[in-house]
Design a protein around this ligand. Structure first.
Ligand code: SF4
Length: 424
C-alpha cells in the first residue's frame, strides 16, 4: 500500500512509511483500495493544504491517525498534501486531512484528491475516464502554443474574442483555448459576462472574493461576426472539430441566446463540418428550443447533484429552478439531439444510492447520452457545509456507481470531454 505523504513547514513533501495513505468520501475518512489507485498522471499538480493536518491509516491498529508533528523535525509544522489530477482523470477519494480549527481559510477552487507514495512514485485515487487525448499534457509544447497564439493575435487584431482567448491560452493555460490556436479538436466560444445563477464554486465570479475565482470573466458580448470568425476557420481546419459555447471564463451563454442563434446560423451557412456544442446550466428551455432550430448539435448540462435540495443550495438559481433545467434536457432529447451531464464528482455525495436512484429516474424519464465525470473543484468542507449535506448511508464508490448505471442503462456513455459527433 502507498504510504502517507505530508509536507514540512517549507512545503517539502515526504513519505511516512509507518502510516498508509488514506482517503475520504463526504466527511468520512477511510483506507483506500489498491484497485482505486493509479500512478499520478503526467500534468497533475500537488498541493500543500495550509492549516490541515495529514491523516494516515495505521494498518496494524486498523485506525486513522492524525499526524500533528513533523517526524523529522519536532519543532516543525506539518500540512496535508493533495493531488490535482490532469484532465481526463476522475477521482475516487478525496485527500484525508483534519482541520486544525474551523475558522481556517477556505481552499481555492481546485480538486483535492487523495495521494500517497509507493515504489518510488506518487499514486492518486482515481482512474482515466476518457481515452481522448485532446488535453493530455504531452500534447502541448509551450513554445508552439506561444508562437501560434501570438501569430493569430497579430493576424486578428480586430477580433476581441480572439484577443480574450489569447489571454486564456497564454495566461490561464486553458487547454481548450490552446487547442483553438493549435487548430485542433475542441475550441471555446465564450460570450456571456452575466449569469442567472450564483454557484457556490463559480470559477469565474466569486462575489466575496474568498475563495478567489480561478479566472476573470469575459467583460464584453462578442458580435456574431467575431464568433463566426473564431468558429468557422476552426471547424474547417481542425481534426475532429468541436466548438463549444459555455466556458469557465464566462457566465451563462443562454443569456446571450439571440447571439448564439445568429452565430449558429451564420456558422452553418459557411460550413457543415464538426460539432456545435453548448455547455450550460440549461436554465432557459425556451431559448434551447430556438437553438435547436438554428442547428445546435449537443448540449452539456452542469450539475452538482440531481437531488433538488443540493442542486438549489449550490447553484443558487435566480429566476429559474431545477424543473427548467429538466425541461431543457427533455426538449433536446425530444429533438433527437445529444445530451450529456457535466457531473461534478465528489466522492461520498455523487456515489450515494440516493443520488444514483434520483439520477436513474431522470435518465429513465428523459434519456441521456453521456455522463462527463468531472472532478468538483471545491473545498470539500466548505461545499458540504454550504449545501447542508446530510449523509443518507450506503455509498457504492465512484466506480461502483458507474457499474450500477451501466447495468441499468447499457447505452449510456461515460467520459470527460464533449464528443465529436459528426462523420465528416
Ligand atoms: S452557472 Fe456557471 S457562470 Fe453561472 S454561477 Fe454557476 S459556475 Fe458561474
Amino acid at each position: 500500500m502507498p504510504s502517507l505523504v505530508y509536507a514540512d513547514s517549507e512545503g517539502r513533501i515526504y513519505d511516512l512509511p509507518g502510516l498508509k495513505m488514506a482517503g475520504r468520501s463526504g466527511r468520512v475518512l477511510h483506507p483506500v483500495d489498491l484497485k482505486d489507485l493509479i500512478p499520478l498522471p503526467q500534468g497533475s499538480e500537488l498541493f500543500v493544504l495550509p492549516d490541515r493536518l495529514p491523516v494516515g491509516w495505521d494498518q496494524d491498529q486498523d485506525d486513522m491517525v492524525v499526524l500533528d508533528k513533523d517526524p523529522v523535525n519536532a519543532e516543525g509544522n506539518v500540512s496535508a498534501v493533495a493531488a490535482f489530477m490532469a484532465p481526463a482523470y476522475t477521482q475516487t477519494a478525496l485527500a484525508a486531512f483534519y482541520r486544525s480549527s474551523l475558522d481556517i481559510p477556505i481552499l481555492p477552487l481546485f480538486t483535492y484528491t487523495a495521494v500517497g507514495w509507493w515504489k518510488g512514485r506518487f499514486w492518486a485515487a482515481g482512474f482515466r475516464s476518457d481515452l481522448d487525448t485532446r488535453q493530455d499534457f504531452c500534447n502541448f509544447r509551450p513554445q508552439e502554443v506561444r508562437k501560434k497564439t501570438i501569430a493569430m493575435l497579430k493576424k486578428k487584431k480586430e477580433n476581441r474574442l480572439i484577443q480574450h482567448l489569447g489571454k486564456c491560452s497564454l495566461t490561464y493555460g486553458c487547454p481548450a483555448a490552446k487547442n483553438l490556436f493549435l487548430g485542433r479538436w475542441e475550441a471555446p466560444l465564450p460570450t456571456s459576462p452575466v449569469c442567472n445563477a450564483a454557484c457556490l464554486g463559480c470559477i469565474s465570479l466569486q462575489s466575496e472574493g474568498i475563495p478567489p475565482a480561478s479566472q476573470d470573466r469575459i467583460t464584453f458580448i462578442p458580435t456574431t461576426e467575431e464568433v463566426a470568425d473564431v468558429a468557422v476557420p476552426h471547424l474547417k481546419r481542425a481534426k475532429r472539430p468541436v466548438v463549444s459555447f459555455g466556458q469557465g471564463c464566462e457566465g451563462e451563454p443562454l443569456l446571450q441566446a439571440k447571439l448564439l442563434e445568429r452565430s449558429i446560423i451564420k456558422i452553418r451557412e459557411e460550413t457543415n463540418k464538426g460539432t456545435i456544442n453548448l455547455n450550460t446550466n440549461a436554465s432557459l428551455p425556451g431559448k434551447v428550443e430556438n437553438l435547436i432550430y438554428a442547428g445546435l448539435d449537443s448540449m452539456r448540462i452542469s450539475i452538482n447533484s440531481t437531488r433538488e435540495k443540493y442542486y438549489h443550495a449550490y447553484f443558487r438559481p435566480k429566476g429559474y429552478d431545477q424543473t427548467d433545467v429538466l425541461a431543457s434536457w427533455r426538449i433536446m432529447k425530444k429533438a433527437g439531439r445529444f445530451v450529456s451531464l457535466n457531473l461534478f464528482v465528489l466522492p461520498g455525495l455523487t456515489d450515494e444510492m440516493a443520488e444514483i436512484d434520483r439520477l436513474s429516474d431522470l435518465i429513465e424519464e428523459l434519456g441521456l447520452d453521456l455522463i462527463q465525470l468531472r472532478n468538483h473543484n471545491i473545498d470539500p468542507d466548505w461545499y458540504l457545509d454550504g449545501i447542508d449535506y446530510k449523509y443518507t448511508g450506503h455509498r457504492t464508490g465512484i466506480k461502483g456507481m458507474i457499474t450500477i448505471l451501466k447495468k441499468r442503462f447499457p447505452q449510456l456513455r461515460f467520459g470527460y470531454f464533449n464528443p465529436y459527433l459528426r462523420s465528416d
